[in-house]
Design a protein around this ligand. Structure first.
Ligand SMILES: Nc1ncnc2c1ncn2[C@@H]1O[C@H](COP(=O)(O)OP(=O)(O)OP(=O)(O)O)[C@@H](O)[C@H]1O
Ligand SMILES: [Mg+2]
Length: 270
């Protein structure tokens, strides 16, 4: 019987920065597997190592020790890796060049492919990607990044994902810069991306309530370690680790009410 290979597989990964007294253990001996088309959330407080782990997944940082594999192999060629593994970050403005129009930059995204589509096809696919995130193409025609709002720019990042159609998407706090309404929208787009493009998604957040809403599995991180993991119901509704409980205490009220309701339903069922 063929053995299913994990999309990502980490074995005893350690990642340190600096030396001597200034040594920081950003990732402290983590092991996990992420399966194809799974949505996994990395949840934890500031500085616990979420973004460092995201950078390891993108091949931007190499572990100091241990083994990190993508589809069973070490990440060697970044260009081929990025054809399949893409990211959306907290600050969409830093991902676009301020001196070129949005449309020209969306078109440039095709540069990563081995075989570039025809000019006509590129224009069509940019239009489709914009429509997928509810932007009418004329709305951004001739516009530069500084002429758009933060929420619109975040949707441009997601449009880029619809263009690139990566196999894996790393979403590092994609909702932290925007208001509640845009945040709900971005989560909906992520769900749409997941169902239409059949992707593996690693969703990074401080907010365990949001993670509960979007994921198949959650990893709770604290000081570079994964201290608890499991299904959203097991982790968020029956937390075992004090750091998970702390994250539950920290979530915004609106998500908390929703979680409490879920918890009551669970208690009735049991
Ligand atoms: N390039 C680097 N050089 C030195 N230290 C680093 C570097 N990158 C990260 N660190 C340290 O590693 C630790 C983990 O950082 P990381 O960015 O992963 O945190 P995080 O969980 O993403 O936090 P936040 O929620 O605030 O984004 C921190 O102590 C940080 O200062
Ligand atoms: Mg971070």
């Amino acid at each position: 019987m063929p053995v299913e290979t994990d999309i990502f597989n980490a074995k005893n990964v350690i990642c340190t920065f600096g030396h001597g007294k200034k040594l920081v253990k950003a990732i402290d001996d983590v092991s996990f597997g992420i399966k194809d088309q799974e949505i996994v959330s990395l949840v934890g407080g500031s500085g616990c190592g979420k973004s460092v782990l995201a950078k390891i997944m993108l091949g931007l940082i190499k572990p100091s020790s241990g083994q990190f594999l993508y589809k069973g192999n070490e990440i060697k060629n970044l260009k081929t890796h990025w054809r399949e593994v893409q990211a959306v970050f907290q600050d969409p403005f830093s991902c676009f060049n301020q001196f070129f129009t949005i449309r020209s930059q969306l078109k440039d995204s095709f540069g990563i492919f081995k075989k570039k589509p025809s000019k006509r096809e590129i224009e069509d696919r940019v239009d489709q990607a914009l429509l997928a995130v509810n932007i009418k193409p004329p709305e951004i025609e001739g516009k530069y990044p500084f002429e758009l709002s933060g929420g619109q720019m975040q949707r441009m990042l997601l449009a880029r994902i619809f263009i690139l159609r990566p196999r894996v998407l790393i979403a590092d706090e994609p909702t932290s810069m925007v208001d509640a309404c845009v945040r709900a929208n971005i989560l909906d787009y992520l769900m749409k991306i997941k169902s239409e493009l059949k992707m593996t998604i690693v969703f990074i957040t401080h907010d365990i309530g949001l993670a509960y809403y979007v994921s198949d599995r959650m990893f709770i991180m604290h000081k570079g370690k994964i201290v608890e993991h499991g299904s959203p119901d097991d982790v968020a509704l029956k937390p075992k680790n004090p750091h998970t409980q702390q994250l539950l205490d920290d979530i915004p009220d609106i998500n908390k009410k929703w979680l409490e309701r879920e918890q009551k339903v669970l208690n009735v069922v049991e």
